[in-house]
Write a protein that binds this ligand. Structure first.
Ligand code: PMP
Length: 427
């Protein structure tokens, strides 16, 4: 038995499913997870000593590559001065100032320790600000595991959602309306019927949790207009897309400013950092200024913030996003070309350093298209690529990530391996 399998068996005795976050268990693709011992730049090594070119990047944070020396040094320096104080530090102001300077709609921001905390707090704040209970989310978007966000669609439009997880009371889920992503007509109808009851709409402005799905600009524009007209707080969940698709997230790309933005991943540079922020009049409702409570013992941790500041410094270097986008496009164009050579129904797209691979003729426009893609083929692709040393997300429903540390040669090697996998599939 390989060491990875031995570790997985051992882990399963004491950790549910052997993992501390479900998708790591390879449940959707089968087989056993790789236990990682080390990562550097674009590469990771597992417990059996196998090396992988990594396209997960810790699910987004590793935009500068793993263990970037500048980030590691910043963490070391901060750690030497003390791990946490439970009192404010100047670095937190630096971080907040940078986020506010960079994101169009961000007047004030608060740091937390995960994306889940950021979205959960943003929803509470929107409810406290508006005095309304109902929130809207879209099927296929993931916003972390707060109760009100673990809700799936009800039996039809304009019906309230059902819990999508055990332990979520139906009484909580009934305050969450679940709509189809990228469906402007349904959105308009929902606001016409219930707009004045809706506290917030939370959306991944480009979705990355049902693979990568880019909605029409009309959909996002309409969201903005309807939220403004009804006094509803528009929350862009940019935990994944923030500093990943470009320097100002999706809001910068599409020129639409939300009322609140949630961030995570890249802003922590690999350490636990999340953030939520936006309009001053809304943010001033948070304790200690206002009545909406939100707190955290380790919020703004000096070590995590040091990593985040170092990460944000790297992405500000001239040409960073141009190179990142170019490398990512090299991957998606290359994979598409070799799939075509072998007549495989496959396509791919990218935005900045984020990409989607689809075993389908066209990129999906929404959740139903994603569900219709060939998952069995994805699983074959995934395992064959992993075997060849190329680590993609272990699920057909996840977006992938390229880092600035991926070289042209790394990407070429991945395309070469995929060519052999597609040839086998076609044969
Ligand atoms: N929102 C989005 C868009 C995410 O992609 C994620 C995590 N993948 C979260 C929220 C939750 O973040 P975390 O896992 O840090 O709690």
């Amino acid at each position: 038995m390989s060491r990875n399998e031995t570790l997985f068996n051992r882990a399963q005795q004491v950790i549910p499913g052997g993992v501390n976050s479900p998708v790591r268990a390879f449940g959707s693709v089968g087989g056993f997870p790789r236990f990682i011992t080390r990562a550097e730049g674009a590469r990771m090594w597992d417990a059996d000593g196998a090396a992988y070119i990594d396209y997960v990047g810790s699910w987004g944070p590793a935009i500068a590559g793993h263990a970037h020396p500048a980030i590691v040094e910043a963490v070391r320096e901060a750690a030497l001065k003390g791990l946490s104080f439970g009192a404010p530090t100047e670095a937190e102001i630096d971080m907040a100032e940078q986020l506010c300077a960079q994101l169009p709609g961000m007047d004030m921001v608060r740091l937390v320790s995960s994306g889940t905390e950021a979205t959960m707090s943003a929803i509470r704040l929107a409810r406290g600000f508006t005095g309304r209970d109902t929130i809207v989310k879209f099927e296929g978007c993931y916003h972390g595991h707060a109760d009100c966000l673990l809700v799936k669609a009800g039996s039809g439009a304009l019906t309230f959602g059902n819990p999508s997880s055990g332990g979520v009371p139906a009484d909580f889920a009934k305050h969450t309306l679940v709509l189809d992503y990228n469906d402007p007509e349904q959105l308009a109808a929902t606001f016409a019927a219930k707009g004045d009851e809706i506290a917030a709409v939370i959306v991944e402005p480009f979705a990355g949790n049902m693979n990568l799905v880019r909605p029409s600009e009309r959909f996002l524009q309409l969201l903005r207009e309807l939220c403004t007209a009804h006094g509803t707080v528009l929350i862009f969940d940019e935990v994944m897309t923030g500093f990943r698709v470009g320097p100002q997230g999706v809001q910068g790309l599409v020129g639409i400013t939300p009322d609140l933005t949630t961030l995570g991943k890249v802003v922590g540079g690999g350490m636990p950092v999340g953030a939520f922020g936006g309009r001053r009049d809304i943010m001033e409702k948070i304790a200690p200024l206002g009545p909406v409570y939100q707190a955290g013992t380790l919020s703004g941790s000096p070590v995590a913030v040091a990593a985040g500041l170092a990460s944000l410094k790297l992405v500000r270097e001239a040409g960073f996003y141009e190179q990142l986008a170019e490398r990512t496009r090299q991957l998606t164009d290359g994979l598409t070309a070799v799939a075509r050579q072998h007549g495989i129904a496959f396509c791919a797209q990218s935005v900045g350093g984020m990409f989607g691979l689809y075993f389908a003729e066209r990129p999906p426009q929404g959740f139903a298209d994603v569900m219709a893609s060939d998952r069995e083929r994805f699983n074959r692709f995934f395992h064959a690529m992993l075997e060849a040393g190329h680590y993609f997300a272990p699920s057909a429903f996840e977006a992938g990530f390229v880092s600035i540390a991926h070289t042209r040669e790394d990407i070429e090697a991945t395309i070469g391996a995929a060519e052999r996998v597609f040839a086998d599939m076609a044969g």
